[in-house]
Design a protein around this ligand. Structure first.
Ligand SMILES: N[C@@H](CCC(=O)N[C@@H](CS)C(=O)NCC(=O)O)C(=O)O
Length: 218
């Protein structure tokens, strides 16, 4: 069926940025078509060029409107389809949720560079001082926000919000590397990993990896 929202996304196994808006769409039950680009193929750049001004995914296409980059895509969905429900309703929580999202999106350079998301791979938890600091900051974001703002539900600010969609790829990666977290942070990561849509993403990532392995073996 054709829907008015189209999400251009990358591979399930590696495209952390695609997971965020995909999870928001799924969690809020917004129907959408998905255009998947295999970033490992030689023609990826050509295909990205058809859809994406930045030559990166994700891109959201809504009629003649194009939004690229996970953060503005989530904002666009929030204002156009969710009547603000993408963020916590309480102003204090909303301010903190927006700040955490900006930090997750713009910072954590060592984490993103040294531990890129690779679903289903069990990886060695090698770190350096910069990465250790960023893991500690992630832990403190998760445990402090749960403690201070987590009333009304099990997600970071109680009910599911955009910030949880941003933390999902971090949770997958922390888990893949067996990172040692405090109990509240670990509990929150495991909740994200058990989310049925995250499970669906991980299942499809596994299928994708099996297809690659099968093709290589053949
Ligand atoms: N800040 C951007 C990052 C987008 C990004 O880095 N996308 C990667 C995939 S996760 C990409 O499209 N890479 C293009 C390539 O590998 O050719 C966002 O959040 O949307």
């Amino acid at each position: 069926m054709m829907h008015e929202l189209n999400l251009v996304s990358g591979n399930r196994s590696v495209s952390a940025a695609s997971l965020t808006p995909w999870l928001l769409l799924k969690q809020f039950d917004l129907p959408f078509n998905e255009i998947s680009i295999d970033l490992f193929r030689d023609d990826a750049i050509e295909k990205l060029g058809w859809f994406s001004p930045s030559l990166k995914v994700p891109v959201l296409i809504h009629h003649d409107i194009k939004v690229w980059d996970a953060q503005p895509i989530c904002e666009y969905l929030n204002e156009s389809f969710l009547e603000g429900r993408g963020w916590p309703s309480h102003q204090k929580k909303r301010a903190a949720a927006r700040s955490v999202c900006a930090e997750l999106h713009g910072d954590f350079h060592s984490f993103k560079q040294q531990w890129p998301m690779q679903c289903h791979l069990r990886l060695v938890a090698r770190t350096d001082a910069a990465l250790d600091r960023e893991i500690a900051r992630l832990d403190s974001i998760m445990s402090c926000c749960r403690r201070k703002f987590g009333d009304g539900g099990d997600y970071l600010f109680g009910k599911f919000s955009i910030v949880d969609a941003f933390l999902a790829p971090f949770a997958i990666t922390l888990d893949s590397h067996g990172a040692q977290l405090t109990a509240p942070a670990e509990e929150y990561c495991q909740l994200l990993l058990r989310n049925p849509h995250v499970q669906e993403w991980l299942y499809e990532a596994q299928l994708e990896l099996n297809t690659v392995r099968f093709a290589k073996a053949g």
